[in-house]
Design a protein around this ligand. Structure first.
Ligand code: TYD
Length: 140
């Protein structure tokens, strides 16, 4: 999956919702509805309304992004094609495979972006320059 990945490898997964009148629960479990082991969890919050994050790709990291609260859009780019995925429900997760440039835009006020990641933080896994990313995609 590391090489020649495309935006079409990035899918929205519908997560099970356990519903009752006191509220809902959504569960993510590796090997059940997540195709990678969870090594790290982080979340983006206090992003100003209309704000943007991202603007990078990963060489090896797999991630599941969930709008745990509010909404935002994810722009996915594989160097050739682009698509925009809107996330606005806590029971949908966007799977992002390695080698995809992403930007998170249009954050609603108070939105929370929960990220389940396949590896610990590794600065060297990032591609932060778009031209470098394009070259990487040509070679890999
Ligand atoms: P970054 O992944 O660039 O966030 P975004 O693309 O959403 O702006 O991370 C922002 C900063 O936080 C960067 O200096 C690295 C640091 N960081 C960690 O130290 N550990 C982590 O697990 C993450 C995700 C980021």
């Amino acid at each position: 999956m590391r090489t020649r990945s495309t935006i079409y490898n990035c899918n929205v997964i519908e997560l099970a919702k356990i519903h009752n009148r006191a509220g809902n629960i959504t569960v993510v479990e590796e090997n059940i509805n997540l195709p990678f082991p969870i090594k790290r969890i982080y979340y983006l919050y206090d992003v100003p309304g209309g704000g943007e994050r991202g603007g990078h790709a990963h060489k090896g990291l797999q991630q599941l992004l969930i709008a745990a609260g509010g909404s935002f859009d994810v722009v996915l780019d594989d160097g050739i094609n682009k698509k925009v995925v809107g996330l606005n429900r806590p029971y949908f997760g966007l799977l992002i495979v390695p080698g995809i440039w992403r930007e998170l835009i249009n954050f609603s006020s108070g939105a929370i972006c929960l990220v389940l990641a396949s590896a610990k933080y590794d600065k060297s896994d990032y591609l932060r320059d778009y031209d470098e990313f394009r070259n990487y995609k040509i070679k890999n």
